[in-house]
Design a protein around this ligand. Sequence first.
Ligand code: NDP
Length: 295
Amino acid sequence: MAAAKIIDGRAVAQQVLAEVEDGVSRLRQAGVVPRLATVLVGEDPASRAYVGNKRRTCEQVGIESVHHQLPASTTTEVLLELVRELNEDRAVHGILVQLPLPGRMDTQAVIEAIDPAKDVDGFHPVNLGRLVAGLETFASCTPAGIVELIHRSGFETRGRHVVIVGRSNIVGKPLMNLLVQKSPAGDATVTLCHSATREVAEHTRRADILVAAVGRPGLIRAEMVRPGAVVIDVGINRVEDPDAPRGYRLVGDVDFEAVRERAGAITPVPGGVGPMTVAMLMVNTLKAARRAAGL
Ligand code: NDP
């Protein structure tokens, strides 16, 4: 069997970003400057890199970003106060609090404090609930990016069996809910696997589209994949590599080299789902600004 098509998430993300840039420029002509507030607590290098990337992408598409850097010692109360101020600030359309927060902080309280109309990450229970109900919402960026990537790469979800491994609130569960919606972007039959699932491979082998979102390198081996399946690798894992400039490299949850010989199409890590996540944050911020302007 020929090696799988490599799904280029960077290229698809650039298409989405070009559309966002166009929408931003039209909004600016109408006198509205879309603005995203980013909040980072502490100095975790990976989180700093993610926020830096999001802010650079804002600049690329013409969205203003205003960064709030707080020390690692910040209390939940202080962060909640900042969130309340940002909720009140009419010039701010989207609020992104970079997760994870330091372990002693009350992450759920912070998520629930964000005005659902500015919740561009789509983590607020109101937005999650609207997603489940199939109502207009901010879909969380990674699941929305996965759906967009599948469709823009020429694959359908209608009538397909999608198997998702991983049931987190930020990836697996919202993705399942997007895919089961009665809509052209959904209409899939979905199986959701997690750590209590027996014989995960029996499920994954039946997938037309397999999504791995666990955080374990090499979890999905070739024999777990149906020949010709579309494989979406969400995992981002650091593995030691003395030959890499930083002493590590990033890999997904899928044994890429082996699975690409069997799959029909596969996303690489990096360069697959990651760029789509950032692109969808821009889509959501533009949407928040449009809505705030009553457009
Ligand atoms: P979580 O740790 O929150 O969730 C992991 C899920 O995997 C849980 O549902 C867990 O089950 C399940 N799981 C663990 N072990 C197994 C197993 N052996 N078999 C089946 N299921 C298992 O992770 P996240 O969802 O936050 O992230 C998952 C990965 O995706 C990480 O590598 C993360 O870095 C990456 N990620 C990438 C993004 C991107 O933009 N590309 C964005 C977000 C995340 P249980 O619920 O039972 O514990």
